[in-house]
Design a protein. Structure first.
Lengths: 349, 123
């Protein structure tokens, strides 16, 4: 019984930490994005609210909270609200299986810095990732407005195309690790002294493309396409409901997919890797904190890379995006899969 | 145990999402304007009250392709995990499977299913 209570308390603390990290960091990433965008375009960005705009996310949140609750008159109210739930819940649930660092001991209890280490971690991530398509399709459909419907259909089309691609792309690292648990995949990379990106460069590139497409980032942001569709499927949403969709799509999903990329290809919390020789840790002076810093550093770098692309590149058309997925990316992942299956026995030893 | 933690997290998140759904109803102002809930349109009245009947058929085709390939991806996942215990038998099995998959892809490609379905230009 006492073991159960201790487990319950630890679980609740972990959930609180994850929620604080996801929603707090998610909110502050809006500021980061505006700052990065501004400096790429040589302007200062938010400067008025707080020092260099540090309180801007709070101001935005307050503004969104005090807006009137509107509902498009020909829409379907239940589906309209369900879309919101379906957007937030799966995207945040993914963080339950992301390992932030190695197992550590606190007051004699061994704690893994992830909510739960289920042995189907990666499968769970992509099952929940595919749920995103429901929220988007429902949001456009239930609003019953042309712009929303066109935007949501485009996004749904892109997600279903890249869903297949991303699933085949992650199979390479899984073959090398021989497990679906996210914690064990990182542990395997440390044991084998090899980041899987060195053997899976194609899979990594394809994964990055699919990640941009699934999160609706430039160059694949046809669902928003502010010049033609206003804001796509969120056009009939207002107030906090409107705020939630970009938060989920652009920040929470990009964060979770970056974290999964780090887990699968960049060795999770391990320091810089020299293939087959070992690890080089310039941050050794941080002691037991160093793995956590490495993990956060890698995820931040991937996130900044996505931001950099977003504010630099132009936008593709939907037909170009869908055809690239099926005609270029998918055959590439097939080739990569067979290649991985051939070289995998050399890596296991 | 691991799945119970997931379940707890799921319920907390659903609660949070419901807060997001209803918070504007509680905190926001209420005004009455005849056209405030009118669907977004560029300055003209709607031609058609429902937008749900008209969307591009190319998306339907994408959905079909997804069904085909995602189910096969689901078949391959267990194989990737146990591949190291299957040896050469597992490799040949998988190579055949991927070959059939590739054949399916080539077939769809030749049939033109991978091309974007542009509407006929009619004047």
């Amino acid at each position: 019984m006492e073991g159960f209570v201790a487990w319950l308390i630890i679980t609740l603390i972990k959930i609180l930490v994850i929620l604080a990290v996801v929603l707090g960091v998610g909110a502050y990433l809006t500021l980061l994005e505006r700052k990065v965008a501004a400096h790429i375009q040589r302007r200062p960005g938010p400067m008025v609210v707080g020092w260099h705009g540090l309180l801007q996310p709070l101001a935005d949140g307050l503004k969104l909270l005090t807006k009137e609750d509107l509902f498009p008159r020909y829409g379907n109210k239940f589906l309209y609200n369900l879309a919101l739930v379906m957007a937030l819940v799966p995207a945040t649930l993914v963080f339950a299986v992301i390992p932030f660092g190695p197992e550590f001991e606190l007051f004699g209890i061994k704690i893994k810095p992830m909510l739960t280490d289920v042995n189907i971690g990666i499968l769970l991530v992509f099952a929940l990732g595919s749920m995103a398509v429901f929220s988007i399709a429902l949001a456009g459909w239930a609003s019953n407005s042309k712009y929303a419907l066109i935007g949501s259909m485009r996004k749904a089309g892109i997600i279903v195309s890249y869903e297949v691609v991303i699933t085949f792309a992650v199979m390479g690292p899984i073959i090398l690790a021989g497990t679906l648990s996210t914690y064990d995949i990182v542990q395997k990379q440390i044991d084998q002294k090899l980041w899987y990106i060195w053997l899976q460069p194609i899979a990594f590139v394809v994964y990055m493309f699919a990640m941009l497409a699934e999160t609706g980032r430039v160059p694949f942001d046809v669902q928003e396409a502010e010049a033609e569709l206003v804001t796509g499927f969120t056009v009939e949403y207002g107030g906090m409901k409107f705020g939630l969709f970009p938060l989920v799509e652009w920040y929470i999903e990009v964060l979770s997919l970056s974290a999964i990329a780090v887990v699968l290809f960049l060795g999770g919390w391990s320091p810089i890797n020299i293939p087959f020789l070992g690890f080089l840790d310039p941050l050794f002076f941080l002691g037991p904190l160093s793995p956590f810093v490495w993990f956060i550093l890698k995820v931040s770098l991937l996130f900044l890379f996505v931001l950099w692309l977003h504010w630099t590149l132009p936008r593709y058309r939907i037909d170009q995006i869908a055809e690239t997925a099926w005609k270029v990316m998918l055959p590439l992942t097939f080739v990569n899969l067979v290649f991985t299956a051939i070289i995998a026995p050399l890596i296991w030893r | 145990m691991g799945y119970i933690a997931l379940l707890i997290f799921l319920f907390i998140l659903i609660g949070l999402a419901l807060v997001f759904v209803f918070v504007n109803k509680l905190l926001g102002p209420k005004s009455s304007d005849a056209l405030q809930d009118y669907p977004y349109e560029c300055g003209v009245p709607l031609y058609d009250k429902s937008a749900q009947s008209t969307f591009h058929q190319g998306y339907y085709l994408l959905g079909l392709l997804l069904l085909l390939f995602d189910i096969e991806a689901a078949f391959l996942f267990p194989w990737t995990v146990v591949y190291r215990y299957l040896g050469i038998f597992g490799f040949i099995e998988m190579a055949l499977f991927i070959l059939i998959l590739t054949y399916g892809l080539v077939y769809a490609w030749r049939k033109g299913a991978l091309n974007w379905q542009f509407e006929e230009e009619s004047l």
